[in-house]
Write a protein that binds this ligand. Structure first.
Ligand SMILES: [Fe+2]
Length: 247
């Protein structure tokens, strides 16, 4: 299964239309099985920004487009608009032997993230029914701190509970956005992949727009980092460091 992970479009004042259109062209040429978008579609949760995001994401040719909400989308009552454009920000999708759960970590007018008790219960009930599927959990906020992103301040507030659930239920892969800095951590059997920003100038630590290309075969994950309009490298720590040093 070929999965494309993109994040942090930020339609609004600092949005780079050219970057997103180029990324969409590249992604369509890959014929992915699923595209996961981990939030911050908009800058301020405004209705015109949602319209813009919807229009661009509609250009992606993929049967399974899974879209989550970020903290910027929950601003200015954007949390009321998100479902009208993209459906429930928490979702469960089963594609063959792969289960993808999108969690909503955003809260109205807050930059920090939270899964919350009730969503945590829902997540556990979904995971209990996954059987032997390859399990992917996606959320906007980062679950674990990311290097080169300044002071840590808005990780999911219940990250400990979430990490415990993920490891206890044998989740294989976590996809996050939020920090605009591609990175990966491997914790035992759990791989955590962070996406950079695909189309805003608000770059942090890694100064090019990127998205991730992830191939899943059985339990094996092969991930690469794609610079929009540029090179592709293996998504591992040393390769990311090497590419980030080229400005
Ligand atoms: Fe963002």
């Amino acid at each position: 299964m070929l999965l494309v992970h993109m994040s942090d479009l930020h339609c609004g004042p600092k949005f780079k239309e050219d970057a997103l259109l180029e990324a969409v062209d590249e992604i369509n040429s890959l014929y992915p099985d699923v595209v996961v978008v981990t939030g911050d579609l908009t800058e301020d949760g405004l209705i015109n920004e949602f319209r813009e995001a919807k229009r661009y994401l509609s250009l992606i040719k993929c049967k399974h487009l899974i879209v989550g909400s970020g903290n910027h989308d929950a601003r200015t009552t954007g949390y009321l608009l998100f479902p009208k454009f993209f459906g429930n920000p928490s979702s469960f999708t089963r594609i063959d032997n792969v289960a993808v759960m999108m969690l909503n970590s955003s809260r109205p007018d807050r930059d920090d993230g939270e899964i919350g008790y009730n969503q945590g219960l829902w997540m556990k009930s979904q995971l209990e029914n996954c059987g032997e599927a390859f399990k992917i959990v996606a959320l906007h906020h980062h679950l674990i701190p990311v290097p080169d992103t300044g002071m840590e301040r808005n990780i999911v507030s219940d990250a400990g509970d979430l990490l415990w659930t993920l490891t206890r239920y044998g989740v294989n892969l976590v996809l996050c956005g939020h920090r605009h800095r591609p990175w990966t951590w491997v914790l035992g059997n759990l791989t955590v992949i962070h996406a950079g920003t695909v189309s805003t100038d608000r770059l942090r630590g890694f100064y090019q727009n990127t998205y991730n290309i992830i191939q899943i075969e059985g339990r094996k994950i092969s991930a690469s980092l794609k610079v929009v309009g540029g090179r592709e490298c293996t998504l591992d720590q040393s390769s990311i460091e090497a590419v980030s040093s080229i400005i």
